[in-house]
Design a protein around this ligand. Structure first.
Ligand code: TRP
Ligand code: SF4
Length: 417
């Protein structure tokens, strides 16, 4: 039977986006394959090593979230990464054979750094109330920018800035500050501000937190997680594909150097959840726009009432456009198809009001969450019992992992104890 493995970092309670993007998929996989799902607590440390106060609590939350969603320990092995020390041993051995460049060029690693730097620059400029009006930007944006109205201009600026920064970032190892400086000046940003932001980027603390060996080696540990169980398939989101590719490369290199031990795993691409947060942006803890699996009825009702609707629909008798409405996006997932059609028609004819429309949604969301809430209540009554389930799973995983490590040590002709 196909062996499936996947993990999640314990970063806090799960929201609907996690459910639709990950858990829902796992629920299907657990019916068909030999699955192992684990809590990647060491991976959580790679960027959150300063904030370990919540780590244990987050792991507990994850245990409760998974089980209350119906992840079934009768069918799958559930465990906690740091309980299987063999992952660390294998990661160490892999680090011997992994060229540094594979890690430095890893797109996930570069993207993370890029985002940190870019966010910093954007926030800095926003904090200075930068308004770009005078100078049109160079190259292909010229024309678009000239033609655009005031509001569009700032959007184009945003795009251009991102693009420019992307180029300054990916041109070479560090950021190409000379070029970035030129671009910012061309936008008509005051010289003083340009110098300040560049100085901060060059000398400041941006990105320093993740300038560690552990963070760089993140994918090596992930390769060990996967290969130690000889997994055939790894369900992950698109952002994780480079890590799976690296895992395959490490497996190949190991097999060539020593002995054919590891299969090359495939990624099972899980489609990212397209469900936005209640404000229309990507659902995320940091935006404060998420609906959590652990939210109670009142909280869900309240969040749904806050949801963005068609901004042009101001009065009750204005016709609406469901295509631009967040509430409708939710209906498409949580409401039965016939009712969705009905809402679509009635919204366009102003035959249904947004408050009523939201009430229907809140009810459906609550109906969806109720069984999860029920199970959560049961689990919370006797949490130690469910922690033991993970304990037992960890022991089961360790038995398999240590078998693999015997093979690995033998293949590498290491000392045998
Ligand atoms: N990097 C994964 C994520 O952030 C978590 C993870 C760690 C993982 N080890 C793994 C996923 C092994 C799949 C297989 O989502
Ligand atoms: Fe959105 Fe419903 Fe209001 Fe139409 S009626 S705009 S779908 S909330």
């Amino acid at each position: 039977m196909k062996k499936v493995l996947s993990g999640m970092r314990p970063t806090g309670k799960l929201h609907l986006g996690h459910y639709l993007g990950v858990i829902k998929n796992w629920l299907q996989l657990q019916e068909k394959y030999d699955c192992k799902f684990f809590i990647a607590d060491w991976h959580a440390l790679t960027n959150k090593y300063k904030e370990t106060d919540n780590l244990k609590e987050n792991i507990r939350q994850m245990i409760i979230d998974w089980l209350s969603c119906g992840i079934d320990p009768q069918k799958v092995t559930l465990f906690i990464q740091s309980g299987v020390k063999e992952h660390a041993e294998l990661a160490l051995l892999f680090s011997m054979i992994t060229p540094k460049s594979w890690l430095e060029l890893n797109p996930s690693y570069k993207d993370l750094k890029f985002n940190l730097y870019y966010q910093y620059m954007r926030d800095f400029l926003a904090g200075k109330q930068i308004k770009i009006i005078q100078t049109p930007p160079p190259e292909s944006f010229d024309e678009a920018f000239e033609k655009a109205s005031g509001k569009q201009k700032s959007k184009i600026f945003e795009e251009y800035l991102r693009e420019s920064f992307h180029r300054a970032f990916y041109n070479q190892k560090g950021i190409d500050f000379k070029w970035l400086r030129e671009v910012l000046l061309k936008f008509g940003i005051q010289k003083k501000i340009v110098e300040e932001v560049i100085k901060n980027l060059e000398e400041g603390d941006v990105g320093k937190d993740i300038d560690t060996l552990g963070f760089l080696a993140y994918p090596v540990l992930q390769a060990a997680d996967i290969l130690i169980y000889k997994a055939d398939a790894v369900p992950v989101g698109e952002d994780q594909l480079p890590h799976i590719e690296l895992t395959r490369e490490v497996a190949r290199r190991f097999n060539n150097l020593y002995d054919e031990i590891f299969p090359e795993p495939e990624a099972i691409l899980t489609e990212a959840s397209r469900l936005p947060g209640i404000d229309g942006r990507k659902m995320s803890k940091s935006y404060n726009n998420a609906i959590y699996l652990s939210d109670n009825r009142e909280t869900v009702d309240k969040k749904v009432l806050e949801m963005k609707t068609d901004p042009k629909r101001i009065r009750r008798n204005d016709p609406g456009n469901p295509e631009v409405c967040i509430v409708f996006r939710y209906h498409q997932i949580f409401t039965d198809q016939e009712k969705v059609k009905d809402i679509d028609t009635k919204c366009r004819k102003a035959e249904i009001g947004c408050v009523d429309c939201k009430k229907i949604l809140a009810e459906n969301l609550n109906k969806f969450l109720d069984p999860i809430r029920e199970r959560r209540k049961e689990i919370e009554k006797d949490l130690p019992k469910y922690e033991r389930v993970f304990q037992e799973g960890t022991e089961k995983a360790r038995a398999i992992a240590s078998e693999t490590m015997l093979e690995v040590r033998k293949a590498m002709k290491l000392w045998e104890f």
